[in-house]
Structure formats: structure tokens, C-alpha cells
Design a protein around this ligand. Structure first.
Ligand code: GCW
Length: 736
């Protein structure tokens, strides 16, 4: 684009009147803007579905789709057709013509044999694709080269259409396609921790995207774009409200709003679910109890389920946080988690709904190590849940820390379908301003070997049902989506939503491949852009681990809002919400002794794993202080002492952020200025905050260890008291 005032551009004539002056100034301002802004504003709204610029990157000889054959009888079919037209228009420079028969090269046929006779005639073998799988194949029809995307259902065709668009977006050769794919997990859902007043718990991307007050009258077009984005990565369910639930969402007024969202999402294969407050029968039902064995309570939930399904015939079911962090639950009545889950499961069963019952339970009245409590509570209930209940387990035994070992419940409940709960929003990894790609975190957990049936019993195999023969399978991701224009609060946090969806579809996908796919779709296929960005992403989570507390340290953040360092946090309402409970640092050493000599959390793992975790010489150094209390002077693999190694990791983390900044700065001119500038600004914040974490943590741990800083390690610029005095009363995302 030419700059204003460049030769060849008509000069702006000087005005003579005041009104003319105004017009003149405006036109100058607009032409200056036009000169610096890219053709289309790149504010991140389009996510990885930009469908843009690829036309320019594609060679003129690249094959194009000239015709599109797709049914349009249902809303789902129209959604597929419109997405393909939109995508191909952007990617090819022009949309294919809608056609009913193949009469030239470059036809694209999309749909089910049932809906499209042209596909029926191909007699494709679709038997193993199930009701969400698809195949994509290059073939010849009446002598013309063509491509078919076929499935048994509209949902399968939708996923196939997005897979084809992804292939185009990532620059793959589309002349010889032969793909077959189907999801390995059945329920792939987002969990929104969104309150009805639009506050988002642990949300760093603005307000809730659900504009409850204006629903159902106003259907924000954003809801459709939300559904498109989710469908493009295979997400097929969404829990609309916070697990710290408000019973109001189950009242007729809100159910009407929920139904409007369900109608909007349906063509995109997405079902809605709700978080149910266990005490709802009291709060909105006028009952005196919510006891799961009380007949009136059972009747109330059955009637409530009937009411919901009358409005939303494909309602997915309930997610429940019970007897956890002050939420009501069956234990309030001396009943078990199974009693509670089964109550709701029985109400939903006639309609085909499911219950996702969370295992995130721990009590401060319980002297037991917090990391052990969920296992102790749930393992005895294995086999006691109804068939339509899944127990939803966080990836690690504490709480979405930058690194945790896999949760010992995985593999330990062979008769209960277990669902993974990952956190996409970065409560403990720098909110939205820190670049931390979570694909590597998810991959690490999914590939962890539980050893419950010998080698190869990975967490992924627990989830996909292959280990214990479960048919009900799923994964949940705590959403990072909000009202911010770029959806996730930062451009790179979009990658975490993307990676979550891709791994829920196939938990075996490599994190690096996902990062590359996302980068190509989000920033383009230029190799000089792709390689450095993927490099940044792949190293980013480890950097956060390093500067927030490496070697298995955990739960060191500030109290309440969790923003920034707080390794000194102690006292207050609950010991298990303090940092000192977790790091147990003394003059002699640091770490939580969870070995057989300590809390014995190691014994919750299968023997082959327990043995390794129990032995400070064999446990991976990354988890040393999670499982062991060791001397500051302990020699480490590097030859440094533990104290020196910890210091080294803090510095390494900060250096890694600095390196990301430099890499990103080198991409100026290759990325549109709007997105480049925001990422650059956020990386600067990240560097400052990484330094703050490093300095505050070193100041604190040195005050405990009394060890000197070795040469080359810079002393923190402020005394410990300074870091302890910092307060952030309005940090986002706090609990209400
Ligand atoms: O990590 C903690 C969060 C809470 C959250 C809770 C949970 C929804 O700090 O904000 O509450 O986990 O997962 O239930």
C-alpha cells in the first residue's frame, strides 16, 4: 500500500471554509490511517478462521474448487455450505459456484449419502466413521478431478468441511487427499465459569460473552462465531455457567435464554449443558431439603429435567461442583457423592442426558494432605455411579498449577468413566498477558503412563475408554473466552482454546503439530514466521514453570486473586489455601514430603509409578519438591546444589521471556502491525512480571534458607518486605 503523499496520489486541496477545513483534516487523517493499517483490521476477532491472504500465498497454478455440491435442507447443512463458501472465497480469492452435478474439474462434494445423491452414487465405505467422523478424498467423477467430504451425519460433514479448510489454510496439497478421521472422545466440552451478572471467575478476557439480560430477544452474532470456532476444532458441548453455580439459571426465565443459545449452537453440533447447584430444590423449588434420597427432592429434579428438555430437546446435562470450597452437596445430608450424582443422573436418563460430577473436593477440616483427598473420597465409590455419570477430574491433584504430576484418580476407577478437566484460562500461568502455550502441558499429562495395567496405560487411554472399556468418554476445558474483541484476552491465548479442542478430538496429537497448525492459520504460512513462533510457543510453558517456581514447587501465588508471587502467604481461613502449606521451606530444606515416610501420596499411584515418585533419586527433578522435602544443599544432576539450581531456574525463566521478546521483535513487518504491537506489549509485561516473580521468590526463599547468592546471581532490587507489601485489590477474575 502506498503512503499518503507518495507520488501518484492526488494531493489534498487546501480548503477555504471552516467546514472545508474539517473535511480536509478528516480526509487527511483517514488517508494516514489507511496508509498504516492493513487492508482488514487484524484485531484477532477472526481467530484461526481468517481465511485470508492465503490467496496471495497460493500459487496461481494451485488447484481450486470451482463447484460446490452441498445439500441445504437443514440449518446444519446451510451452516456447512455457508462456511465453505466463506472459507473458499477468502482462501481462493473467489467462491466456487453452487452446483447440482459435476461438469468440470474442481468439484467439491460435501455431505451425507442420504442428503446428497451425488455422494450416494460414490458408494463410499463410511461404516467406521461413527456419527461424527468424516472422510475426505480426491477422486474423479465422470472423468473430472473432484474432492469429496463425506460422513454419516451432518455433524461429521461439518467436521470434514472444517478439516478441508484447515488443510487449505495450512498450505497442504489438496490435489491428492485421503483422510479418514473420527473423534476419540465423545463429549468435548467447554466449561464457562461465567456468572449470571457477566463476571467471569478466573476470566481475563473481559466480561462473559453471554449477554443474559438481553437474551433471548437479542442474539448477538458473536454467538454464531463462537459456535463456528468451536465446531472448527471439534468441540461439541458447552457448559454455560460457573460451577460455583447460581440456582437461578434453572428458573423458567433463564431457561428461555438458555434455549435461545441452544438453538443458535445446534446447527454447529454443539449442545448446551448447565452447572446445577445442588441446593436448587431449596433455593428455587421451595423445598426444605436437597437430600438426594428424599422423594420430594427426586421428584423436583425429575420435573426440572422434563421442563428443560421440553425447551431444549438435545440438552446435554448437568455439571456439578458439590461439597467443594463451600458449595452445597450430598454430604450435607450424610450422603455420598454417588448418591448426589445418581439423583441427577436418574432425572436426566429418560432424556439421554449425562452428569459430569467433579472430583475437585478437599476439606480443610481433614488433616490429610490436600493432594490425597479426592482419591480417598472417590475410589471407594468406583462402580457406584449410574451409567450416565462421568467423574470429571482435574489434570493434577492440586489445582491447575504450571506443573503437576497426573492425578492419581486416572486409572484408579476402572468401573467409572473419567473425564479430564483442563484449565484453558491461565489462572496460574500469568492470566492473559503472559504467553504460555498450554498444548505442551496437556500433552505431558495425556501421555503420562499410569502403569495401572502394565506399560502404556496412558492417561489418554483412560480417557478414550480403551483401557477399561468405557463407552462414555470426554474432556472438559475451563474456557478462556470473554467479551474482549479477540475472545481470549490475548492473541496467543487463542492457541490454548485451539489446542484444547484438537486434543479433545484426538488426545494423541502432538502439541508441536497443533502449535504449527494454529500458527499457520493465525499468522500465515511464511516459514520465516511459522518456525520462530512455534519455537516461542513450545518453550513458553517451561519458562512460566521456571520463573514461578520450578522443581515441583506449586501453589506459590498471591492469595485470592492469584495474581503474582506470594510464596510467603500463610495464616487466614484455611491452611490448604496458603503457600507455606505447600512448599514447607525451612532453614534446612524445602518441599512437601509425600513419600511413604511423609503423607504417602505416592501410594495412590500404581506400584511402578509409586516406586519412582517415592525415591528422591529417581523421581524426575521436575517433580522433586512435589514429592520430597530435601536439603537446600542436595546435589542436583547439573552439579549445582538444589538452592543454586532453583536460582538458576528463576533466571532461566526470565531469560526465556527475554528471548521470546527478541524473537517477536524480529517478526515486525511480517505480522500485521495491530497484532504485532499487542503481543509485543504483552511480552514486555511478561518480562517485567517474570522478573518480579523471580526477585520476590528469591528474596523470600533466601530469607528462609539463609544461603548466599552465588556469583552471577543478581540480588533482588528490593527487600522482601517491599514485595510483600504489594496489593492488587482489583485484579481480574477473582471469586465474588
Ligand atoms: O482453582 C480454583 C479456583 C476457583 C475455582 C475452583 C474450582 C470455580 O481458584 O476459582 O472455582 O478452583 O475448580 O472449582
Amino acid at each position: 500500500m502506498k503512503a499518503a503523499g507518495m507520488p501518484g496520489r492526488r494531493a489534498h486541496a487546501r480548503p477555504r471554509t471552516a467546514r472545508g477545513w474539517f473535511r480536509w483534516a478528516t480526509s487527511i487523517a483517514l488517508s494516514v490511517c489507511a496508509a498504516v493499517a492493513p487492508a482488514a483490521a487484524e484485531d484477532g476477532y477472526d481467530l484461526w478462521l481468517r481465511y485470508a491472504q492465503a490467496g496471495a500465498e497460493r500459487s496461481a497454478q494451485a488447484p481450486r474448487f470451482e463447484q460446490l455440491l452441498a445439500a441445504d435442507a437443514t440449518p446444519a447443512q446451510r451452516a456447512i455450505r455457508d462456511e465453505l463458501l466463506r472459507g473458499l472465497r477468502g482462501l481462493q480469492g473467489r467462491a466456487p459456484a453452487l452446483a447440482e452435478r459435476v461438469d468440470r474439474a474442481g468439484a467439491l462434494l460435501v455431505g451425507t449419502p442420504h442428503a446428497l445423491p451425488a455422494i450416494e452414487r460414490l458408494r463410499l465405505d463410511l461404516h467406521d466413521l461413527g456419527d461424527e467422523g468424516y472422510l475426505i478424498r480426491s477422486l474423479r467423477i465422470d472423468g473430472h478431478p473432484a474432492t469429496v467430504v463425506a460422513a454419516n451425519t451432518d455433524a461429521g460433514a461439518l467436521y470434514g468441511a472444517f478439516a478441508l479448510l484447515r488443510a487449505l489454510q495450512t498450505g497442504q496439497d489438496i490435489a491428492a487427499l485421503d483422510l479418514r478421521d473420527a473423534p476419540r472422545l465423545r463429549h468435548r466440552v467447554l466449561n464457562h465459569w461465567d456468572d449470571l451478572d457477566r463476571h467471569v471467575e478466573r476470566g481475563y478476557a473481559g466480561q462473559s460473552i453471554w449477554d443474559w439480560h438481553r437474551l433471548p430477544g437479542w442474539i448477538d452474532p458473536r454467538y454464531t462465531d463462537y459456535a463456528r470456532a468451536n465446531a472448527s476444532i471439534g468441540i461439541n458441548g458447552t457448559v454455560l455457567n460457573n460451577v460455583n453455580a447460581d440456582a437461578q439459571v434453572l428458573t423458567p426465565m433463564y431457561l428461555e435464554k438458555v434455549a435461545a443459545l441452544a438453538d443458535t449452537f445446534r446447527p454447529w453440533g454443539i449442545r448446551v449443558y448447565l452447572s446445577a447447584r445442588f441446593s436448587a430444590p431449596i433455593e428455587i423449588g421451595g423445598l426444605a431439603t436437597a437430600d438426594p434420597l428424599d422423594p420430594a427432592v427426586r421428584r423436583w429434579w425429575r420435573a426440572k429435567a422434563d421442563e428443560i428438555y421440553a425447551a431444549i430437546p438435545d440438552f446435554g446435562g448437568f455439571l456439578v461442583k458439590a461439597n467443594s470450597e463451600g458449595q452445597p452437596g450430598p454430604q450435607d445430608y450424610g450422603r455420598t457423592h454417588a448418591d448426589g450424582a445418581n439423583l441427577l443422573a436418574d432425572a436426566l436418563a429418560p432424556h439421554g442426558g449425562i452428569v459430569m460430577w467433579r472430583a475437585f473436593v478437599y476439606s480443610d477440616e481433614e488433616p490429610e494432605d490436600r493432594a490425597k483427598q479426592a482419591y480417598n473420597e472417590f475410589v471407594p465409590l468406583d462402580g457406584a455411579f449410574r451409567d450416565n455419570v462421568m467423574v470429571q477430574v482435574k489434570n493434577g491433584p492440586i489445582d491447575f498449577q504450571p506443573r503437576e504430576p497426573f492425578h492419581p484418580l486416572f486409572g484408579a476407577m476402572p468401573r467409572t468413566p473419567l473425564m479430564m478437566e483442563f484449565q484453558i484460562t491461565k489462572e496460574y500461568l500469568g492470566f492473559s498477558t503472559h504467553l504460555a502455550y498450554l498444548g505442551t502441558l496437556y500433552e505431558e499429562v495425556l501421555r503420562a503412563d499410569t502403569h495401572v495395567q502394565g506399560e502404556g496405560a496412558t492417561v489418554a487411554r483412560v480417557l478414550d475408554g480403551s483401557l477399561h472399556g468405557q463407552a462414555l468418554t470426554g474432556m472438559a476445558g475451563v474456557a478462556n473466552i470473554g467479551s474482549d474483541r479477540n475472545w481470549s484476552g490475548s492473541h496467543f491465548d487463542q492457541a490454548n482454546w485451539y489446542a484444547y479442542g484438537r486434543l479433545a478430538w484426538n488426545p494423541g496429537l502432538p502439541a508441536r503439530a497443533i502449535a504449527e497448525e494454529w500458527t499457520r492459520m493465525t499468522f500465515g504460512n511464511d516459514p520465516a514466521v511459522v518456525a520462530p513462533i512455534v519455537g516461542m510457543m513450545m518453550a513458553s510453558r517451561e519458562a512460566v514453570v521456571d520463573y514461578t517456581g520450578a522443581l515441583g514447587l506449586h501453589h506459590l501465588m498471591a492469595r485470592g486473586h492469584h495474581y503474582g508471587p506470594g510464596p510467603w502467604v500463610e495464616g487466614g481461613p484455611r491452611a490448604d489455601w496458603t503457600s507455606v502449606y505447600f512448599h514447607r521451606a525451612t532453614r534446612d530444606g524445602i518441599g512437601f514430603d509425600r513419600s511413604r515416610r511423609g503423607s504417602d501420596a505416592v501410594s495412590q499411584y500404581a506400584p511402578a509409578v509409586a516406586e519412582v515418585f517415592d525415591d528422591p533419586d529417581r523421581v524426575p527433578e521436575e517433580l522433586l519438591l512435589w514429592f520430597h522435602h530435601v536439603s537446600w544443599d542436595r546435589p542436583m544432576a547439573s552439579g549445582r546444589t538444589l538452592w543454586e539450581e532453583l536460582l538458576h531456574r528463576y533466571d532461566r525463566g526470565v531469560a526465556s521471556v527475554r528471548a521470546m521478546r527478541a524473537t517477536w521483535a524480529g517478526l515486525a513487518g511480517r505480522i500485521d502491525p495491530e497484532r504485532h504491537a499487542q503481543v509485543a506489549a504483552f511480552l514486555a509485561i511478561q518480562e517485567q512480571e517474570a522478573q518480579w516473580w523471580r526477585d520476590a521468590s528469591i528474596a523470600y526463599f533466601q530469607s528462609i534458607s539463609g544461603r548466599p547468592l552465588p556469583p552471577g546471581v543478581a540480588p533482588p532490587p528490593h527487600p522482601l518486605a517491599y514485595y510483600q507489601s504489594l496489593a492488587f485489590p482489583h485484579a481480574p477474575g477473582d471469586t465474588q
